[in-house]
Ligand binder design. Sequence first.
Ligand code: GTP
Ligand code: MG
Length: 205
Amino acid sequence: MLGKNGSVSPDDGRKKIVVAGNAGVGKTSLLTTASGGKFPETKYLPAVFSRDYAISRTIDGDQAWVTFVDMDPPVASLPSTRKTALQDGMNAHAVLICFAVGDRKSFSDVQDTWAELVKVWKDSGLPVLLAGLKADARGEGAVTREEANALAESIGAAQYFEVSAKAGEGVSEVIEQIIRAAIPILDRKARGGKPDQKEKICLVM
Ligand SMILES: Nc1nc2c(ncn2[C@@H]2O[C@H](COP(=O)(O)OP(=O)(O)OP(=O)(O)O)[C@@H](O)[C@H]2O)c(=O)[nH]1
Ligand SMILES: [Mg+2]
């Protein structure tokens, strides 16, 4: 548990937040800028593997260190790696599902690919938030805020955020809110209290 005005060091590795979404939606750019790095202006190269990011924020006077896990992109769409994706989420304290507002396919895949996993995570008591990334690149036909809010509601995501890592807008808000959402789950798991419902969930994949 986080002590009042205490801290959780990065090495504790206790709090873990998974960031998931289709390939190329901007997950790594979000985590790079949120962890103090510069927006990577380089040409996009699909990730072969992903790394974790230690990010610290002060929440209600307590410093929280969180490991953000940049989920490997194709994991949810391939049956062979879907179970791993699911388990990665189950081992976390919150999940952030991302799409890019100018990429309709990434938006519809939240429903078509990710929603089933989100349901299992939700059923185990994990908080899930939804983020529309690349909000600065909102061309014609882009996903509207209304559509995104409706999607958040339909998959059971607690909140929807619009973010531009490039413009540095909305980054702090979504990171702070997802950490805030994860804190009670960290406390619950640390207490060994309340159902770790993992055992009770039967996965048919
Ligand atoms: N305009 C704009 N482009 C962005 C933004 N965030 C990321 N991009 C660009 O989108 C491309 C993909 O960004 P990444 O952060 O690598 O996306 P990703 O989801 O990590 O990609 P994978 O790891 O391959 O799944 C890159 O060319 C980025 O420069 C943003 O906020 N605005
Ligand atoms: Mg990436």
